[in-house]
Design a protein around this ligand. Structure first.
Ligand code: NAD
Ligand code: TYD
Length: 347
């Protein structure tokens, strides 16, 4: 198996690649990543010399380069994670989300179709997507695999477009595909623009914690290593043409999560209980802020026997420990471009 993983220097991709490299010594795992601001070779430093692993810096939008890569490595399988992934950035700069998430995915699909056209046996294109394509929920209900798409941010609209293209290539050309839509991930190596690592970093540095709106939005959180395990399971056991929702059965209102995060981080830093509460700062709400996401993950449990393994407090505690022990990583990713982003977005 010559397995191409795209976006493997990013947050989720780096966990997926490390998981696969350790578990499948007989595979050749090729990690393709453009190393944008979100991609970092330090995330995958521990596997760089493994025999079953190689890294290629390239852009999924580059048709010529993708054709060459597929041919040179005789790619049989793809796990596609490369994307622009942050909602706030999609609001201020939507076009790169369209080129990377839509054109980039279409380019990979086209190359897989060309490369595999003679024989689809033992081939698979796995597209990793988000629950945000389903839109927003009120206080009740869940997202199911057949919930109608209703994306509401440029990020989720670009992911929805890519999902549609993957299904279109399956229905039109018979391309063997599988998809998953997952809830919010958290854990080590997440870029500190997303809620949990941003807030840990700010608590450490006693900086304001910018809570959007009233902090009442709800997200369903899953530990990233559980997502990596789900991706492995779906790639190997998922039914072609199917979609699997992945979630943590773990809904938190933002403000409640933030208070728990403050409590645990203060404890670990040896600060008095509640001393970082004063950092909470309510700021202008995100434009078009989706109120609630919640996944029904019954299908993957019943059909593929996958379930989350960690309780949230346990996962959050491991995550905080990792950020406190890896200040060098945090310092290196929050220099340069990050400062400009932070200044522009938060003032
Ligand atoms: P991330 O932003 O941390 O990583 C994305 C990676 O893609 C980076 O390494 C970046 O360098 C690479 N990349 C970006 N543009 C590229 C291009 N044109 N060519 C090649 N590589 C490029 O994202 P993440 O949080 O790890 O998310 C990975 C995937 O999972 C995305 O498709 C995202 O939509 C999906 N997802 C994320 C979450 C979440 O909570 N983070 C939840 C569900 C689904
Ligand atoms: P985020 O981690 O950006 O994930 P997503 O928007 O994909 O769900 O945000 C999680 C929640 O936290 C979301 O409701 C927005 C909110 N949030 C804040 O309140 N302040 C912040 O500074 C950030 C980044 C997010």
């Amino acid at each position: 198996m010559n397995l191409l993983v795209t976006g493997g220097a990013g947050f989720i991709g780096s966990h997926v690649v490390k998981h696969l490299v350790a578990k499948y010594p007989e595979y050749n795992i090729i990690n393709l990543d453009l190393l944008t601001y979100a991609g970092n070779l330090e995330n995958i430093g521990s596997i760089k010399d493994k025999e079953n692993y190689s890294f290629v810096k390239a852009d999924i939008r580059d048709l010529k380069e993708m054709r060459k890569l597929f041919a040179d490595h005789k790619i049989d399988g793809v796990i596609h994670l490369a994307a622009e992934s942050h909602v706030d950035r999609s609001i201020s700069d939507p076009l790169v989300f369209i080129t990377t998430n839509v054109i980039g995915t279409a380019t990979l699909l086209q190359v897989a179709k060309e490369q595999w056209k003679d024989n689809y046996d033992n081939k698979l294109f796995y597209h990793v997507s988000t629950d945000e394509v389903y839109g927003t929920l009120g206080d009740e209900g869940f997202f199911y695999e057949d919930t109608a798409y209703d994306p509401r941010s440029p990020y989720s609209a670009s992911k929805a477009s890519s999902d549609h293209l993957v299904r279109a290539f399956h229905h039109t050309y018979g391309l063997p595909v599988v998809l998953s839509n997952c809830s919010n991930n958290y854990g080590p190596y997440q870029f500190p623009e997303k809620l949990i690592p941003l807030f840990i970093n700010n608590i450490v540095h006693k900086k304001a914690l910018p809570v959007y709106g009233q902090g009442i939005n709800v997200r369903d959180w899953l530990y990233v290593k559980d997502h990596a395990r789900a991706i492995d399971t779906i790639f190997h056991k998922g039914k072609k043409g199917e979609t699997y929702n992945i979630g943590g059965h773990n809904e938190w209102k933002n403000i409640d999560l933030i208070k728990l995060l403050i409590k645990l981080t203060d404890q670990k830093l040896g600060r008095a209980a509640g001393s970082s509460d004063e950092l909470i700062t309510y700021v202008k709400d995100r434009a078009g802020h989706d109120l609630r996401y919640a996944i029904d993950a019954t299908k993957i449990k019943d059909e593929l026997d996958w379930e989350p393994s960690l309780q949230f407090e346990e996962g959050l505690s491991l995550t905080i420990d990792w950020y406190l022990e890896n200040k060098d990583w945090l310092d290196s990713v929050t220099s340069g471009e990050y400062q400009k982003y932070y200044q522009k977005h938060y003032g």
